[in-house]
Write a protein that binds this ligand. Structure first.
Ligand SMILES: Cc1cc2nc3c(=O)[nH]c(=O)nc-3n(C[C@H](O)[C@H](O)[C@H](O)COP(=O)(O)OP(=O)(O)OC[C@H]3O[C@@H](n4cnc5c(N)ncnc54)[C@H](O)[C@@H]3O)c2cc1C
Length: 437
């Protein structure tokens, strides 16, 4: 496959880079262009909310290794602003345009911002390298009190770093426990206890209504329950919004929840028809995952960006033989001295069981079931058996899948305690909560 214009990849980060590598590895010899709105070559985001905030790694030391020579043209620092599918052209902010034969959309997501964020100094989000560097510099100036808005993975990781730095931290989240949407409140309760033991002032079950400032500097948060919290540094960790704005006039099925694809990673038009020349991969893509009964899934996980980009590249090079993308979502997190690893999607689970270790000991493996099937597993410092559970989840095994191992505790199934789903922006299918929201 090599027309005159070649392949254009919009989004020069993890999925874009790994997609480009897979194209070259798959034998593509034609022109290849990567477009990125950031001025940097691809870098890794997971360290930003961990080692970079902790001051252990500089934000500019996070470059992703390039695994083979790409022979690509890099168009960095100028975002794509529009797509003309009839002319097969991507328009850039600098006024230029790029013709493509095949396009890979890998524009990921950006942090959801606090309305009016720019009004006061001291309000931060963490998505990109510059944001992490700015936040790290502010943390190093010893703020009197840090407020974290949102108890998802990034909010919890930030809280962990701040406590390691000895800073007073308050975390506010409307759910009963941190990570309630990803793990449920039973497992989330264990993390809450760990966070409190580490000195985090947890305020579950309420929301920040307003941020107030003095002399241009944030100084206070007003809560929905009538209370207020003094804070001169606020980290807004309210999840991410998919970067699909530039596709708005392209006639594709795209919104803040992602770009909808068919099972082979080909972008769907608003009429639900795949465009054979446009593919998507990584955080921006949502697709019918055969491992979840064809339900539309959008995940914000490092492993999916790598795997889906390689899969999309394979299908771009073999248009006559498109293969469905079946992926078992998986992520890891490190916080409060814990190594958390998860496989599968637990949302919608009706049962959870501790199948290794114990919550009291703080080391355990929990397995989630829905309607008698195993759908997800999470380990807190107990990942030894996780691959065995991943296999059972992929096979749709009965729940609980392993119950006679000699080193297991007595297995008791309990309700996992998931909060009711939040309303999500209109989309062409059910979009699960992002695991990093
Ligand atoms: C702070 C943080 C910590 C994380 N920790 C973990 C973790 O511990 N474990 C885990 O599994 N996952 C983690 N993740 C998630 C993981 O990093 C993402 O899933 C991964 O980065 C997705 O890669 P991507 O290439 O699809 O999207 P992104 O990394 O979001 O890259 C998209 C790129 O496209 C660019 N772009 C956007 N719009 C345009 C446009 N119009 N034109 C040109 N370029 C554009 C963006 O600037 C960006 O450079 C973390 C994410 C963050 C932010």
């Amino acid at each position: 496959m090599s027309g005159r214009a070649g392949i254009v990849i919009v989004g020069a980060s993890l999925a874009g880079l790994r997609g480009a590598e897979a194209l070259r590895r798959g034998g593509y010899e034609g022109p290849l262009t990567l477009v990125g709105d950031e001025p940097y070559r691809p870098y890794d985001r997971p360290p930003l909310s961990k080692h970079v905030l902790a001051g252990e790694l500089a934000a500019d030391a996070t470059a992703l290794p390039q695994l083979l020579p790409l022979r690509a043209r890099w168009r960095l620092g100028s975002p794509a602003t529009g797509l003309d599918r009839n002319a097969k052209i991507v328009r850039l902010a600098d006024g230029s345009s790029l013709a493509y034969d095949t396009l890979l959309v890998a524009t990921g997501a950006r942090a959801r911002r606090w309305p009016g964020e720019a009004e006061f100094a001291g309000i931060f989000t963490i998505r990109g390298r510059d944001e992490a560097a700015d936040l790290r510099a502010a943390l190093a100036r010893d703020p009197r009190s840090v407020l974290i808005v949102g108890g998802g993975l990034i909010g919890c990781e930030a809280a962990s770093c701040c406590r390691d730095l000895g800073l007073p931290v308050t975390l506010v989240d409307p759910n009963p426990t941190p990570l309630a949407r990803a793990l449920g409140t039973l497992v989330g309760g264990t993390l809450a206890a760990r966070m409190r033991a580490a000195g985090v002032d947890l305020r579950p079950g309420t929301q920040v209504r307003a941020l107030e400032g003095e002399a241009g500097q944030v100084c206070r948060a007003r809560l929905a329950d009538g209370g207020s919290i003094a804070a001169d540094l606020v980290i807004v960790a309210l999840g991410a919004v998919r970067d699909t704005g530039w596709l708005s006039e392209g006639g594709l099925a795209a919104d803040a929840g992602g770009l909808t694809c068919d099972g082979a990673c080909r972008a769907l038009t608003r009429m639900g028809v795949p465009d054979p020349n446009i593919f998507a991969a990584g955080d921006v893509a949502r697709w019918p995952n055969p491992l979840y009964g064809g339900r539309l899934i959008a995940v914000e996980h490092w492993g999916n960006a790598v795997e889906q980009a390689a899969h999309a590249a394979r299908n771009m090079l073999n248009p006559a033989d498109p293969q469905p993308y079946a992926h078992l979502p998986a992520f890891w997190s490190s916080q409060f001295g814990l190594n958390i690893k998860m496989v599968g999607l637990a949302d919608g689970a009706d049962s959870v069981a501790i199948v290794q270790g114990s919550r009291a000991a703080g080391r355990f493996l929990a397995v989630y079931g829905r309607e008698g099937r195993t759908i997800a597993a999470v380990s807190f410092d107990e990942a030894r058996w996780l691959p065995a559970y991943a296999e059972r989840i992929a096979a749709g095994a009965a729940f609980p899948p392993i119950h006679d191992a000699t080193d297991q505790p007595a297995i008791e199934t309990r309700p996992p305690g998931f909060p009711p789903p939040r309303p999500f922006p209109a989309s062409r299918g059910r979009v699960p909560e992002a695991a990093h929201a």
